[in-house]
Design a protein around this ligand. Structure first.
Ligand code: GCO
Ligand code: MN
Ligand code: MN
Length: 388
């Protein structure tokens, strides 16, 4: 296996909130000590992580004075330079403070919505200053427990109004951000609006500036919804809407586990890596996940190193798959070829349709074509298990 050491050229990134996660959950207190953002960025940079991502409050504590803010920004810039680490993505914490308990962009209260938009604009100013290319919108509180309280139609209108406003703000300032909306079906709300990548893509089509906005699908969130993550990512990519990715691992249909990349769902994860690498996808290979609560402060870095190592191993497996004679021979054998029919099917014309209607087919004969998927999947398994 070739070199599994992460390089800046691999374009790995982590959210500061992932490494600074202290293991608190609804049933228990913190198990790790506080990690300040500057040390956090430095430790990532030392490990050849290409970029860090942040929520406004990860970097500048909520309610900090202007003086504190300027000091942190200065230190951040220095550590970014010293450790050759970029800021990849910026996002806003619109979920922690109780003011957002019933939503930010979808709150009934115009003052809360205005405050949320203000919070985003202020952090967009900072994100642009730090060189972030992508701005993520994860509407964790944009949802309901009580359907009588808010209608989805009205909420989506409000969501749209805020997104349109912020797109215009970014354009007006020449920030060049690509916005990426992150779907999640539930948690922390009972039901969250824009639950899946499909919902997000449909919503984007209704915005004033759809080209500016794409999707930030997360492996864990698609699996929470019981979906095939690989298909989710691929459909976003095919639509030209894969603007950012959140990688991690998750057992299906549970709370958001945010497990270390590749620690579950190995075959699906392999196909996600294959999708990104075979298509030379341009974004950062971003991890959004948390170390186990049982880990100590040191273990956080094992988690960071493990995530990148697993990605690189899976990439090696992708190369192995792509050059495997047996796999390629099966793939070749299952793909039919008929240039004449493909021409007829390629475009509707009355002539093509008339010609197609005249053709006679033998469905039984067609159905007898061998599809050796047992062999194909076994081969994939063996590549992944390291015996092929
Ligand atoms: C989650 C989400 C968050 C968002 C992040 C960016 O785990 O529910 O993934 O981690 O990605 O808040 O806004
Ligand atoms: Mn998550
Ligand atoms: Mn995420």
């Amino acid at each position: 296996m070739s070199n599994l050491k992460p390089q800046k050229a691999h374009r790995f990134s982590f959210g500061l909130w992932c490494t600074a996660n202290r293991g608190r959950d609804p049933f228990g207190e913190e198990t790790r000590s506080r990690l300040d953002p500057v040390t956090n960025i430095k430790e990532l940079g030392k490990r050849n992580v290409y970029a860090f991502n942040y929520h406004d409050d990860d970097l500048i504590p909520f309610g900090a004075s202007l003086q504190q803010r300027n000091k942190i920004i200065k230190e951040t810039r220095k550590v970014m330079k010293d450790y050759a680490i970029k800021c990849g993505m910026a996002t806003t914490n619109l979920f922690y403070h109780r003011v957002f308990k019933d939503g930010a962009f979808t709150s009934h209260d115009p003052k809360v919505r205005a405050y949320a938009v203000q919070k985003v604009m202020r952090n967009m100013d900072l994100g642009a200053e730090l060189g972030a290319k992508v701005y993520v919108f994860w509407g964790g509180r944009e949802g309901t427990e009580v359907d009588a309280s808010k209608t989805p139609e009205e909420s989506l209108k409000r969501y749209r109004e805020c997104m349109n406003y912020l797109c215009a703000y970014s354009r007006h300032n020449g920030y060049g951000f690509r916005f990426a909306i992150e779907p999640k079906p539930n948690e922390p709300r009972g039901d969250i609006f824009l639950a899946t990548a499909g919902h997000v893509m449909a919503f984007i089509g209704t915005l004033d500036d759809p080209d500016m906005v794409g999707v930030n699908p997360e492996i864990e969130h698609s699996r929470m919804a019981g979906l095939n993550t690989y298909h989710d990512f691929a459909q976003c990519m095919e639509a030209g809407k894969l603007y950012h990715v959140d990688l991690g691992a998750q057992k299906p249909c549970r709370f958001d586990q945010d497990l270390r990349f590749g620690s579950e769902d190995i075959k699906e994860t392999f196909f996600v890596v294959k999708l990104l690498e075979d298509n030379h996808w341009q974004g950062t290979r971003n991890f959004d996940e948390h170390p186990y609560r049982s880990e100590d402060d040191k273990g956080v870095w094992d988690f960071v190193e493990g995530s990148m190592r697993t990605y690189l191993i899976l990439w090696e497996k992708v190369k192995r798959f792509n050059s495997d004679k047996k796999v390629q021979q099966i793939l070749k054998s299952i793909k039919g070829k008929d240039p004449f029919l493909e021409g007829l099917l390629g475009r509707f014309t009355p002539e093509n349709a008339a010609e197609l209607k005249k053709r006679s087919f033998d469905p039984m004969a067609l159905s007898r074509k061998r599809l050796p998927y047992e062999e194909l999947d076994q081969r994939v398994q063996e590549i992944l298990m390291g015996v092929a």
